[in-house]
Design a protein around this ligand. Sequence first.
Ligand code: 13P
Length: 246
Amino acid sequence: MRLIAANWKMNKTPGETKDYIKKFLPLVSDLRDREILICPPFTSIPASAEFLKGTSIKLGAQNCYFEDSGAYTGEISIPMLLELGCEYVIVGHSERRHIFGEDDELINKKLIACIEKGIRPILCVGERLEDREAGMTEKVVETQLRIALSRLENHTDSIDIAYEPVWAIGTGVPATPEDAQKVHRFIREMLKSINSNFENKTRILYGGSVKPDNAGEFMKKEDIDGLLVGGASLDPESFARIVKSF
Ligand code: 13P
């Protein structure tokens, strides 16, 4: 099933979350043929779980640590997320990589922990503008995927992937659907080649300046199985339009 995910980033208090969900639910209540996921900040996960109860909308987190518990000040573990009802977690978002210095090896440890503990990770990959201008997009994405998925080669069907070109995130300049399709195809071919049990269950999402008026064009592409939406997911009407754009 295609997956449309909201990444709220560092936005929305529990009170704001409640108002959002109250407005959002009636706008999407008739949709059964697509999966909708909301990833609030940690502190708004309990309020989200409360107000999404009894609906088919899924709940996810934006990050996790790979250890279950211990002296890791400021971190949140996977068992903590599972107990709150999270079924998904975003791993390796470009803001985690570039603002907080996460590298491919750390992302690999997080993914291994996700698979072991039974939460479905959404692994983010994507090139910077200078990589793209140097013709290195596929090389960069390939390196990110190979390291992130190392020792998980036979588990790729339990992982979703978001292709988010760094230069498209929050800039208002999305990739063209054609360019995104090419990278998505490349990612799918890579998954096929590294996983001998490949069942094609990985959804490959596009993220980066998705808006209500361009979402439908991305969703027409053969290898685009969903969207990961930042800024345009913060308004319930805008996100509902994206969810209903195909
Ligand atoms: P924007 O939709 O704001 O460009 O952000 C994309 C993103 O980073 C989603 O994870």
